[in-house]
Design a binder for this molecule. Structure first.
Ligand code: SF4
Length: 225
């Protein structure tokens, strides 16, 4: 039986109330993350890496040493997405291997997970000169590959590390201080923003908030809502 417009609106309102009751406070515009159970072709991480190739799709290719694709468990339930590679990552070709990376490893271990059990990536895959902020055209060029990686892994939860990651994934310009600790929905994947480990190195008094966010992630992983 076809629904009337009023019924559809009422059903939508009920659904949004239901999501709000679960703590989901925002639904961003579709990112077109491939679904595993649809006809759309899901590439493996190896195939995505092959497609990326020796990427020159944005100007960052001129100054990078290596492409930092991402690493970890292809079947991870938890994915961390940071901003972009820094000096150490550019040299080693791996994400989060400097001081901030060591702190991220401790953050992961705080909820009894090993670094190898999660997947770690960044919004952009090449280091910006002098670690400047990524520019919109660079994010736009790189984002399709991150979207494919998310589609390949289909984690239950993405922890967005820092302003650029949270704002890019959630398509918002809201500050990280307002975004952190809340649960968002990205096409069926829960997203929780928290502070970037590099920010914590400069502001250790904010660590407690990140531990609180990690406790929520632990709870949601083990008792899905
Ligand atoms: S940042 Fe991304 S889009 Fe730009 S060159 Fe590197 S891999 Fe390619």
């Amino acid at each position: 039986m076809e629904q009337s417009m009023d019924e559809m609106i009422n059903n939508l309102k009920s659904y949004l109330e239901y999501l709000k009751g679960m703590g989901i406070v925002s639904i961003p515009v579709s990112e077109n993350i491939p679904e595993k159970d649809t006809q759309s072709k899901i590439l493996t991480l190896a195939e995505i890496r092959e497609e990326l190739g020796d990427c020159k799709r944005c100007k960052l290719h001129r100054t990078r040493r290596t492409i930092v694709f991402g690493e970890g468990n292809e079947k991870a339930t938890l994915m961390f997405i940071g901003e972009g590679p820094g000096y150490d990552e550019d040299v080693q070709g791996r994400p989060f291997v400097g001081r901030a990376g060591q702190l991220l490893t401790k953050i992961i271990e705080s909820i009894h997970l090993a670094r190898e059990e999660v997947y770690i990536a960044n919004i952009i895959k090449c280091r910006p000169p002098q670690n400047r902020n990524p520019e919109p055209d660079e994010i736009q060029s790189c984002n399709p590959f991150l979207t494919k990686q998310i589609g390949a892994i289909r984690p239950k939860i993405i922890c967005a590390l820092g302003t650029f990651s949270a704002q890019t994934l959630l398509k918002t310009d809201t500050k990280i201080t307002a975004l952190r600790g809340k649960l968002y929905d990205l096409e069926g994947i829960k997203v929780i923003p928290t502070y970037h480990p590099a920010f914590l190195l400069r502001n250790p008094e904010r660590k407690r908030e990140v531990w609180e966010d990690m406790k929520k992630i632990d709870e949601w992983l083990n008792h899905p809502i």
